[in-house]
Ligand binder design. Structure first.
Ligand SMILES: [Zn+2]
Length: 391
């Protein structure tokens, strides 16, 4: 994802596109709900797009001002939202409220990338804040997603490309992804959260308190909300940047990376911890690790959800009954081993990674049961579809 530097005319066009995308999504949702009530069935994106196009001339002529991809892709998103709902992965789709932000839209068609700008349908050639960040050749662009956050506009590309996956000769490691520190690697490398993060977190708390004291619907309150949004945006950028650095380093230098089960749903039941987990963006860390390991020919091995990575002694294998978060040092009652709790966990995860690698070598067919492999690595050329280029 990289930031756009639109001029005023383009800024207006971006707003219009986001507005039409939101309108189409909400229109489609209302239409589907109404149809379902009447007939017990509802239309898909293709059918809805046809209906919307028919209404465009008479009812919504302002839609001609934007690329037809914006409403079309929004209706596709709606299809996906319904699919996720029916398959039990998400709640029933909600209306997209303007109050919750300007939002985003997706464009397809002729999109061209230059060193310092990007050509978007109907919007034109928009300057990029960072030069040379997006690929200018060797990739086929499927679509571009444009989104707004706190007054800034961003673009990310969905591409199809042929990539040579290099052979990764790095070491096997375990990584404990944390809250107070970003990550601990089994070789002893500590990846701390950036110092600036704590400062902005304190600022966020202050701004939140200040916002809650402001009168409802007042000018002051709107200003306070904007200041808070800007601060939250800074926090997210700082965190994302640190995560990108860490995940790139790991995917480049390690051939097999053992991590905890990605299914933290169980932990999310604990309210306080859930907040902290969400804040630390552990899910985002794993997401980056998954796609980057693919690029660098590395593997992510996920431990069994019940694997006691924090309670197990990495030296003798004894398992404790409990390991409260306040205990920062792991002390083994059986063998006397002592280590930082995160390091002990990372070493256990390294063992998971190592045993996966051994099993893989033992049975050449590649069928592995010891641990679930998240991403299989196939040597040679790989076709990547719909990957998101964001560093
Ligand atoms: Zn022990």
């Amino acid at each position: 994802m990289t930031e756009l530097d639109p001029n005023n005319v383009q800024r207006t066009a971006l707003l219009k596109h986001a507005g039409v995308a939101r309108f189409a999504y909400n229109w489609g949702l209302a239409r589907r709900m109404e149809e379902y009530e009447r007939t017990g069935k509802s239309s898909n994106a293709i059918e809805l797009h046809r209906q919307l196009n028919a209404l465009k001339k008479t009812d919504f002529p302002w839609m001609y001002e934007v690329s037809k991809a914006a409403p079309q892709e929004a209706l596709r998103d709606l299809d996906r939202a319904y699919k996720n709902f029916f398959e039990g992965r998400a709640k029933y789709p909600k209306f997209r409220s303007r109050r919750r932000g300007i939002g985003s839209f997706r464009l397809t068609g002729s999109i061209r990338v230059f060193n310092d700008s990007i050509q978007l349908p109907r919007i034109g050639r928009v300057r990029l804040k960072e030069k040379g960040y997006l690929p200018t050749e060797g990739v086929h662009i499927l679509s571009a997603t444009v989104s707004e956050r706190a007054g800034h506009w961003f673009v990310s590309l969905q591409v199809e490309e042929e990539i040579e996956v290099p052979e990764n000769v790095g070491s096997v490691a375990g990584v404990d992804v944390g809250i107070s520190r970003l990550a601990m690697v089994s070789d002893g490398t500590i990846i701390e959260n950036p110092k600036a993060l704590a400062r902005f977190e304190r600022k966020r708390k202050r701004l939140q308190r200040s916002l809650s004291r402001k009168m409802k619907d007042s000018r002051n309150r709107a200003d306070a909300r904007l200041r808070l949004a800007r601060c939250e945006f800074r926090i997210a950028s700082i965190r994302m940047d640190a995560q990108h650095k860490a995940t790139t380093m790991l995917a480049r230098t390690k051939s097999v990376i053992g991590v905890e089960s990605l299914n933290v749903a169980g932990l999310l039941k604990n309210h306080c911890l859930a907040r902290q987990l969400a804040d630390a963006g552990i899910g985002e860390f794993f997401r980056q690790l998954r796609y980057k390991t693919k690029w660098y020919g590395s593997n992510v091995v996920e431990a069994d959800p019940f694997f006691p990575s924090t309670k197990k002694c990495s030296n003798c294998g004894a398992v404790k009954d409990g390991m409260p978060l306040s205990e920062r040092i792991y002390k083994c009652g059986s063998c006397g081993f002592e280590a930082d709790r995160d390091l002990n966990a990372a070493m256990n995860l390294a063992s998971v990674a190592a045993s996966w690698a051994e099993t893989l070598n033992a049975c050449e067919s590649g069928e592995v049961h010891a641990a679930r492999q998240v991403l299989p690595y196939e040597a040679g050329t790989e076709r990547r579809l719909g990957g998101v280029l964001d560093g």
